[in-house]
Each structure stands twice: as structure tokens, then as C-alpha cells.
Design a protein around this ligand. Structure first.
Ligand SMILES: [Zn+2]
Ligand SMILES: [Zn+2]
Length: 176
């Protein structure tokens, strides 16, 4: 008797957990960026989180994004340029929510899969959280250099998941 589905290529663990992170990200109500993060110990899923307003507080879909403007220095053709950037500060970032809703004991030596490369604040918190590895997919160049340096100092593996394709129902274009 033929076993149905036997020919279907089996997902590797990285794809499996990143797919879950992307599905979790669809819960986010910030139209600018849907971020999902999951905590994995061994092959066990110990927590999921996405970016959002605190529980019981109006989110971006109800109250609109809370926009903060800031200037960023960018090198272009050897010249320093000031570029005005906007970001939404209404939400608690996915990585921060993941830390709020998991136990320290569960985090020791664990891996975080996150759809987006962590910002500086999240990376700083992750660096102090007991985790030993971060796997991300979409880049966040603004903080990349200092985040990579920090992870190196802490001996936390920091991996970009190359060649990965998000599930079609979970991918979105990101406003940067
Ligand atoms: Zn927002
Ligand atoms: Zn962050």
C-alpha cells in the first residue's frame, strides 16, 4: 500500500521553526512590520511572540501607528548624509514579548528564531537572556554592525537563514 505524502520533501528544522515564526507574525496588527519570534530548546517549541501593543491597550489597527521620527547617518558615495526615518513605537517588539512570556530556565542554551534581524535594544536584551543562538531571515541593516559585534562578544551564534522562503500566506512587504 502506498503511503500518501511520502514523496513530499521533509522540512529541515530551520525551515520548520522559521515557518512557525512567520505564521506567528501574522497576529501582529502593526501595518509597518509583522515580526514573529519563537523560542526553541532542543527541538521543542517553548514560546511564541509577535510585535504588538500591551494586552488590553489599543493597537496600531485601532489607534494607528505611533510614529517617531529620527535622523540616521548614512554613507553615500563617501559622503555622510542625514536621512529622516520613521518608526512605529506603539508595539513591544516580538523578541521583547518572547522574553516577557518565557522563563529564564527555559531560555538557557536555547535558540530564538525571529523573522527579522533584531534591533539594537532587542539584541541587547537577548544577549542577557540566556539564549545561545539567534536565527533570523529579513535583514535590518541599521543596527546590524553593532548587533553582530555584541553577539560575537557574548558568544551567541547569529545566523542569517539563507535561501529561505517564507510561507506565502505570511510574507509581507516591510516599510523600512
Ligand atoms: Zn504600528
Ligand atoms: Zn527590536
Amino acid at each position: 500500500m502506498a503511503i500518501v505524502g511520502q514523496d513530499v520533501e521533509r522540512k529541515d528544522w530551520d525551515t520548520y521553526f522559521m515557518d512557525i515564526a512567520y505564521m506567528v507574525s501574522t497576529r501582529s496588527r502593526c501595518p509597518r512590520r509583522h515580526v514573529g519570534a519563537v523560542l526553541v530548546q532542543g527541538k521543542k517549541l517553548l514560546g511564541t511572540a509577535y510585535n504588538g501593543a500591551p494586552m488590553g491597550v489599543q493597537d496600531c489597527s485601532e489607534a494607528g501607528c505611533m510614529i517617531a521620527e529620527e535622523w540616521e547617518i548614512k554613507q553615500e558615495n563617501g559622503e555622510e548624509q542625514m536621512i529622516k526615518k520613521q518608526r512605529c513605537i506603539r508595539t513591544i517588539h516580538a523578541e521583547q514579548n518572547l522574553l516577557l512570556f518565557t522563563d529564564r530556565a527555559d531560555r538557557e542554551g536555547s535558540t530564538v528564531y525571529v523573522t527579522d534581524q533584531p534591533c539594537w535594544t532587542c539584541a541587547n536584551m537577548l544577549a542577557n537572556s540566556g539564549i545561545k543562538e539567534v536565527v533570523y531571515h529579513r535583514g535590518y541593516p541599521k543596527d546590524s554592525e553593532k548587533v553582530v559585534t555584541l553577539m560575537g562578544h557574548k558568544g551567541i551564534a547569529f545566523r542569517f537563514l539563507e535561501g529561505y522562503e517564507p510561507p506565502p500566506q505570511a510574507g509581507m512587504s516591510v516599510i523600512s
